[in-house]
Structures are given as structure tokens and as C-alpha cells.
Design a protein around this ligand. Structure first.
Ligand code: SF4
Length: 494
């Protein structure tokens, strides 16, 4: 099915296409004049002196919705550009809600991945939470409960944000190990499936060591202090014990661990962790482990190719407790195939018995490239949206009744219910790295395959992102140029 979008001027596309996509998720949006489209959406915008004129017509078969608006503009320069963008989005949002007879987005005209950054910017300017709530609801059309949730989370994670002076000094390091033992049905991420440790892992580790050495020297030269180290992937716990030990030793040799307060290792698959590996991680200073069940329903776990059972998860949590690593994070996914409210409730009850310090609740993002996207298509995603939303709200409410507080939030594209992922923590157990990474208030140096680096300039909190290839061979191949760019970017900030 095709939705033809005719825009005057064409640059309107960047302001409106996400709202249109959210409203008609099963349609292909096409900007060329299409004679055989199922829906036609025409929008025009004219600025004349201090007035902005917007007209739109949405035609779906015999149904036609039209609106026109005229807005006065009483500002200049960049401020005016922002206001024109906001007014355009509000206009299109209203048209789409009116035509479909429902709210197309609980986040109103906000369609970005990190809505909280806007709140922190307003808090930086000295706005009060009351002013912010009013603005979110009136100027950005957020549902009141969503606006309140954002304000609550911004209040919870704001104490972790650094001043500009601190942010010039403190960094985090992300280490990406892009290998998994098999590929989960819903996942598009892993760079490689590990079938031969020596053949695949050894060359990758040589490149990673080289990266640690070069970036370690640069970090020391600039006098930066590492606050958090996060091992992600893939499945970093897939590393053999001697490799883990030698990588940690190399980090220590380059003085990258001496100021660290938080070291997290993702161990998404319990089959990659043994008691002795856990003891080693504890001895190496790891104080957080992510064990990610996604669901505690054995039938679903089998269906999505996780390769473990709920009992494996329970046993692994016990081992982590026995070894004495103090903080466990567990990821849950709402919206997995074949699951509904009964399964969500049962999974949550089982997880709460294990009392992990952090729980991250994801709404299933059906990503391009995953086997689930190929099998499921866009239609089913849309149909299941309501139940996912109810499940997410139930889990959020229950977790807060059990003392967990929401402390970070992000949204994803291709998300089933157009809702969000939220991290919850017991009091005093928030993950600092997650906050710095989400709010983009600290430079993060990504090392390894698929690792993202964020270079944050504290003078205006502007950001440059760099991503390394997740395919291990491409990572090794492009390492020299990637390293040169990372060194340049980091030096340019200091
Ligand atoms: S373990 Fe994680 S990264 Fe690996 S395939 Fe499964 S979801 Fe993807």
C-alpha cells in the first residue's frame, strides 16, 4: 500500500515524515507523484512577513480531511526556525489525529529516540518542572501521563549529570564484542556467530588490543579519567577466561581502570557464564552483570532461539549472588510472539522473586534485518500495539509498587506500540553508564566491533557520533582510519 506525500517546500519531509509513518505504519511512503497511491497527503507551508500559513489535505478513498492554519511569528533567526518546525509538526499531528479519530502518538510531536534530552535542556535554562510539564502538554501535545513520566525520570537521573567542568574530565569506555553463540530470532545485531573461537576471535582481539593501546595513550595524554567501563555486544561473556583477563590487564596497564567506579559486563546468554568465569570477573573488578532472560516463558524462549530456559536464568542469578557481584541487571521484552498479559504478569512475578537491582523493560522493536521482521511484516506489529502498551504500563506500575524507580528511557524506531524502553533500579542502584549514554552528557569512547563513540562538547553539549563496523572482519579492516578519527575527535574536544 502506498501513501503519496506531496510537500511544498520539499524540506517539510524532515519535519513530518515520522508522524506520517507512525500514523500509517503499514504504508510505504513515497514522495514522487504516484497515480496509484492509496492515500494522498498534500501539505504546503508559506511564510509571508511575520505570518506562517499552513494548508493540508489528506485523501483516503472517498474520505477527505482538510485543515488550514495561520500563525503569527514574533521572533528571529534560529529561534524562529525552531518555532516554524514545531508549528508545522503540531499542524500535521492535528490533521493526522483528526483524520484517524485517535491520538497517533502519546509523545505528541516528539518522535526522537531521546525525548529526555529536551527536558534536561529546559532544566539547564532554569525552567521549573511545572513549566516543563505545561510546555510538553500544550506546545508539544504529549499525553499528560507521558509528560509526567518524562518529568519523573528527568528528576531521577538529573543528579547523575555532570557539570560542564566535570564532563571535560570524565569519560566512559564501551567495549564491543560482536560475537554470539547463535542469533536470536528478533535480533539484527550480532556481527558474527562464533563457530570457531581461534579462527574468528583471535584476529578480532588483536585489533581490539591495538585500539586499547592507541586510545589508552591518547586518554592519558589528555589527562582524562575513566568513570565507567561497559562491556557490550553481542555477548562479551563469550570471551574465554584467559582473554578476559588479558584485556582487563591491558586496560589496567594503560591506567584506564584506576578511576573507574562502575564496570558492567553483559552476559545476555547464561550458557556463556560459568562459576569460575564469574569469580574471575569479580576479581577483575566487575560490579554489574546483565543477565537477560527477555521472558521467563520456556515456550517463548525456545521460539525466539535464546538457547536457555527459565531455570538456567534462575541458576545463573544464584551463582552471581554466590560469587558476590553486587548488581544484576535483567532485560525483559514485551511483545514477543505468542505472549500476552498472562505471560507478562507471570514473567514479572518470577523476575521479582529474583529481585535484580536493575530491570530494563523493552518493547519489542522489530528491526530491519531480523528474522522476525521478515516473518512478521509491518501489519502484525501494528495489530499487537494495544496489548504491548497495556503490558508495558502494567509492568511499570508494578515495579514502582515494589520500590523500583524509572531512571532512563529511550525510544526505538520500528517499535511495536510506539512506546519506549525504560530502565528501573532499586534505590541507589542506577547504572551511571546507561544515564551518561542516554542523556549524551559525557564522552564515550567505543572500542571493538559495533562500538559507538560519542564525542560530547561540554561547552554547548553538542555531539559527534562515530560507529565501528560490527562485522569483525570489516572492523579489523577499517581500524587504522577509525582509530585516527577517534584520536582526532577526542583531541579536538580538549
Ligand atoms: S544474544 Fe543479544 S546480541 Fe546476540 S543474537 Fe541474541 S539478542 Fe542479539
Amino acid at each position: 500500500m502506498i501513501l503519496a506525500l506531496e510537500l511544498q517546500p520539499p524540506e517539510l519531509y524532515k519535519h513530518v515524515h515520522e508522524l506520517v509513518r507512525l500514523s500509517f505504519p503499514e504504508y510505504e511512503i513515497c514522495q514522487e507523484i504516484a497515480a496509484d497511491a492509496d492515500i494522498y497527503l498534500r501539505i504546503s507551508r508559506i511564510k509571508s512577513g511575520p505570518q506562517l500559513y499552513l494548508h493540508a489535505q489528506l485523501q483516503e478513498g472517498l474520505r477527505i480531511s482538510r485543515i488550514s492554519c495561520e500563525y503569527p511569528l514574533d521572533m528571529n533567526g534560529l529561534q524562529e526556525d525552531h518555532e516554524i518546525s514545531r508549528l508545522t509538526r503540531v499542524f500535521v499531528y492535528r490533521l493526522l489525529c483528526q483524520h484517524l479519530g485517535k491520538n497517533i502518538n502519546p509523545y505528541g510531536i516528539l518522535t526522537g529516540v531521546r525525548p529526555l534530552k529536551l527536558l534536561h535542556r529546559w532544566l539547564d535554562q532554569g525552567d521549573s518542572l511545572e513549566q516543563i510539564l505545561a510546555r510538553l502538554e500544550q506546545d508539544f501535545c504529549l499525553q499528560p501521563d507521558v509528560a509526567e513520566r518524562l518529568a519523573q525520570i528527568a528528576g531521577n537521573n538529573r543528579p547523575f549529570l555532570h557539570s560542564a567542568r566535570e564532563a571535560k574530565q570524565k569519560i566512559s569506555i564501551y567495549i564491543g564484542i560482536p560475537f554470539c553463540s547463535s542469533r536470536c530470532y528478533y535480533c539484527s545485531f550480532p556481527g558474527a556467530i562464533l563457530t570457531d573461537y581461534t579462527v574468528q576471535m583471535k584476529p578480532f582481539l588483536n585489533s581490539l588490543r591495538q585500539e586499547i593501546e592507541v586510545m589508552g595513550e591518547c586518554i592519558n595524554e589528555l589527562g582524562l579519567k575513566t568513570e565507567n567501563i561497559y562491556w557490550g555486544g553481542g555477548t562479551p561473556s563469550i570471551l574465554a577466561e584467559d582473554d578476559l583477563e588479558s584485556l582487563f590487564n591491558l586496560l589496567a596497564q594503560y591506567r584506564l581502570t584506576s578511576t573507574v567506579t562502575e564496570t558492567t559486563v553483559e552476559a545476555g546468554r547464561p550458557d556463556t557464564l560459568s562459576k569460575s568465569k564469574l569469580e574471575l570477573l569479580k576479581a577483575l573488578g566487575v560490579n554489574r552483570i546483565c543477565i537477560n532472560p527477555q521472558t521467563m516463558q520456556d515456550t517463548t524462549l525456545q521460539l525466539i532461539g535464546r538457547g536457555h530456559s527459565r531455570t538456567d536464568i534462575i541458576n545463573m542469578v544464584q551463582k552471581v549472588r554466590d560469587v558476590g557481584i553486587p548488581i544484576i541487571n535483567m532485560d525483559l521484552i514485551i511483545g514477543l510472539p505468542g505472549e500476552g498479559m498472562a505471560e507478562y504478569q507471570n514473567t514479572l512475578a518470577q523476575i521479582l522473586e529474583l529481585r535484580p537491582e536493575n530491570i530494563t523493560v523493552h518493547s519489542l522493536a522489530v528491526k530491519k534485518g531480523s528474522r522476525l521482521a521478515a516473518a512478521q511484516g509491518k501489519k502484525l506489529m501494528h495489530e499487537l500495539a494495544g496489548e504491548v502498551q497495556t503490558g508495558i504500563h502494567y509492568i511499570g506500575r508494578t515495579l514502582q509498587e515494589k520500590e523500583y524507580q524509572p531512571y532512563y528511557l529511550y525510544r526505538q524506531k520500528y517499535m511495536k506500540a510506539n512506546v519506549e524502553n525504560i530502565g528501573y533500579a532499586l534505590p541507589g542502584r542506577c547504572c551511571n553508564y546507561n544515564i551518561q549514554m542516554m542523556e549524551e552528557r559525557q564522552t564515550i569512547i567505543g572500542l571493538g566491533g559495533g562500538a559507538g563513540s560519542k564525542f560530547v562538547n561540554p561547552s554547548d553539549w553538542s555531539l559527534t557520533n562515530l560507529h565501528s563496523p560490527k562485522d569483525p572482519l570489516a572492523y579489523t579492516l577499517h581500524l587504522p582510519e577509525q582509530l585516527a578519527r577517534k584520536v582526532d575527535k577526542l583531541k579536538a574536544l580538549n
